[in-house]
Write a protein that binds this ligand. Structure first.
Ligand code: NZQ
Ligand code: ZN
Length: 385
C-alpha cells in the first residue's frame, strides 16, 4: 500500500427529518445565503423544510444555478454575498449547486479575479465562508469532499478546483429528498458514483484488500439498488443505500493508499464543457473505451472485478476481462445511459476539438501510470464511436 494522508472536515446528518438539524449547525445571528438550482426544491417540499429550520436567521436566496454551473452565474452570487455581508452559505441541491456554492463560499472572500480560482485549481484559496449542504441528488460526493467542477461558459472550459477550505462544514443527507428525481438523474447519479469507485479500483493490484473490498461492496450495492430506484422511486431503503454509496464513493476513503485513474473523468469533463452531455453520460461512454484501450495493464484488476462483482469465473483471462467490460456496459445501458458517442449525436469530427481542449488544460498525461497522451485519447475516443 502507498503512503497517504487523510483528512475530511464534513459532518454528516443522515436520514429522514434531518433537515431540521440545520438549526443546530448555523448560529442564530447568521446571515445565510440559500443557494439552489432551477427550482426543484420549491416543488418537492425541501425548501420549506430548510426555511423552517433556519427560523429567525436573516435569509437571502440565490436560485438559478444551472447544471454544470457557470462562472458567469456564480459571480453574481459572489456579488450578492459580498453586498449583503453574508456569513454562511447553505447549498440545497445536487452536485452542481454544491460545487457552485463552494465557489461562492471561497469567491466571497477571494481578493483576486474569480477566474483565478478555477485556473489555478483552487491553489491560492486561503479562506471561505462556512458552507452547509442539503443534498437532493445522490451522485457526485461533493457533499463530503473538497472539490468542485465549474464551467466558464464563454470559453467552454470546464475545470476542477479543490481546497480544504471548501469542505462543507456539515451536509444533510435525507434520502426522501431524492424521491422527486427524474429518471434520467437517477441513472446519472448511480453511474457517476459507480465511475468514482472504479476509477479508484480498476488500476493495478497494490495489496490493498480493505480498499478493494470497500470498492466491491459499493459496486455490488449500486448494481443491486440502482435498478430498484428506477422501478420503485419511493423505496426509502433503496434511496438510502444509494445516497450513502455515492457519498462514500468520493469522500476520500477509497483513494487511501491506492493508485487512481481519473482519465475517464478528465476526458469526460471536456465532453461536457464542449458539447453539453450530462456528466454521467460522458463516463458511460469513456469507461468502457478506456478499459478496452488499457486492457492489458488493467487485466489483473478487471479479472478480480469480474469475478467478485459479476461472478465471472468461466473462460480464459482474455474472455473474462472482455466479459467484465461488457457487463459494465450493459449495466450503464440498463440505467438509461448509452455508451457510444453516436448515441449522443457526436461523431469522429469532435475528436480534434476534445484533444485541443485537453492540451490547453495541460491534461496530457492521464491514467494511473500517467502515460495516456493525447494520441492515446484519440484512440480511446475512436473506440467509443
Ligand atoms: O436545478 P434543479 O431544479 O434542482 O434540478 C436539478 C438539475 O436539473 C435536478 N435535481 C436535483 N435534485 C433533484 C432534482 N430534480 C428533482 N428532484 C430532486 N431531488 O437534477 C438536475 C441535475 O442536477 P446536478 O446538480 O447538475 O446533478 P449532479 O448531482 O449529477 O451534479 C453534476 C455536477 O457535479 C460535478 C459534475 O461535473 C457536474 O457539474 N461533479 C462534481 C464532483 C465533486 N464535486 O466532487 C465530482 C463529479 O465527478 C462531478 O464532476
Ligand atoms: Zn463524477
Amino acid at each position: 500500500m502507498n503512503n497517504f494522508s487523510y483528512y475530511n472536515a464534513t459532518k454528516i446528518h443522515f436520514g429522514k427529518d434531518q433537515i431540521a438539524r440545520i438549526n443546530e449547525e448555523i448560529p442564530h445571528d447568521a446571515r445565510v445565503l440559500i443557494t439552489y438550482g432551477g427550482g426543484s426544491i420549491k416543488t418537492n417540499g425541501v425548501f420549506e423544510q430548510v426555511v423552517a429550520a433556519l427560523n429567525g436567521r436573516t435569509i437571502f436566496e440565490f436560485g438559478g444555478i444551472e447544471p454544470n454551473p457557470h462562472l458567469e452565474t456564480l459571480s453574481k452570487a459572489v456579488d450578492l454575498a459580498r453586498n449583503k455581508q453574508v456569513t454562511h452559505v447553505l447549498a440545497v441541491g445536487g452536485g452542481s449547486v454544491i460545487d457552485g456554492s463552494k465557489f461562492i463560499a471561497a469567491g466571497a472572500l477571494y481578493p483576486n479575479d474569480l477566474w483565478e480560482i478555477i485556473e489555478t485549481n483552487g491553489k491560492y484559496i486561503t479562506q471561505a465562508l462556512p458552507l452547509g449542504c442539503v443534498l437532493t441528488l445522490a451522485a457526485t460526493g461533493s457533499e463530503m469532499n473538497k472539490g468542485a467542477s465549474i464551467t466558464r461558459a464563454e470559453t467552454k472550459d470546464k475545470l476542477f478546483f479543490g481546497s480544504v477550505h471548501v469542505f462543507p462544514k456539515f451536509s444533510i443527507l435525507d434520502p426522501t429528498t431524492t424521491y422527486s428525481l427524474p429518471v434520467r438523474q437517477v441513472g446519472n447519479g448511480v453511474i457517476d458514483a459507480f465511475a468514482h469507485v472504479v476509477e479508484q479500483y480498476i488500476t493495478y493490484p497494490i495489496n490493498a484488500p480493505i480498499q478493494d473490498r470497500i470498492a466491491e461492496g459499493l459496486l455490488i450495492t449500486l448494481i443491486e439498488e440502482g435498478p430498484k430506484a428506477l422501478q420503485n422511486p419511493l423505496d426509502y431503503d433503496v434511496r438510502a443505500n444509494l445516497m450513502l454509496a455515492a457519498t462514500i464513493a468520493l469522500n476520500g476513503t477509497l483513494a487511501m493508499g491506492v493508485p487512481t485513474d481519473w482519465a475517464s473523468h478528465m476526458i469526460g469533463l471536456e465532453l461536457t464543457g464542449l458539447y453539453g452531455l450530462d456528466h454521467a453520460q460522458t463516463l458511460a461512454i469513456l469507461i468502457p473505451a478506456v478499459w478496452y484501450f488499457k486492457k492489458e495493464q488493467k487485466k489483473a484488476k478487471l479479472l478480480q472485478y469480474g469475478e467478485r462483482v459479476w461472478g465471472l469465473v468461466d473462460g480464459n483471462d482474455e474472455d473474462r476481462a472482455v466479459a467484465a467490460i461488457e457487463k459494465t456496459r450493459s449495466f450503464f445501458i440498463q440505467m438509461g445511459l448509452p455508451t457510444k458517442l453516436c448515441d449522443y449525436g457526436l461523431d469522429h469530427s469532435v475528436i480534434p476539438t476534445i484533444l485541443a481542449k485537453l492540451e490547453q488544460h495541460g491534461l496530457t498525461k492521464l491514467g494511473e501510470y500517467k502515460d495516456i497522451t493525447p494520441a492515446d485519447v484519440k484512440n480511446i475516443l475512436e473506440l467509443a464511436l
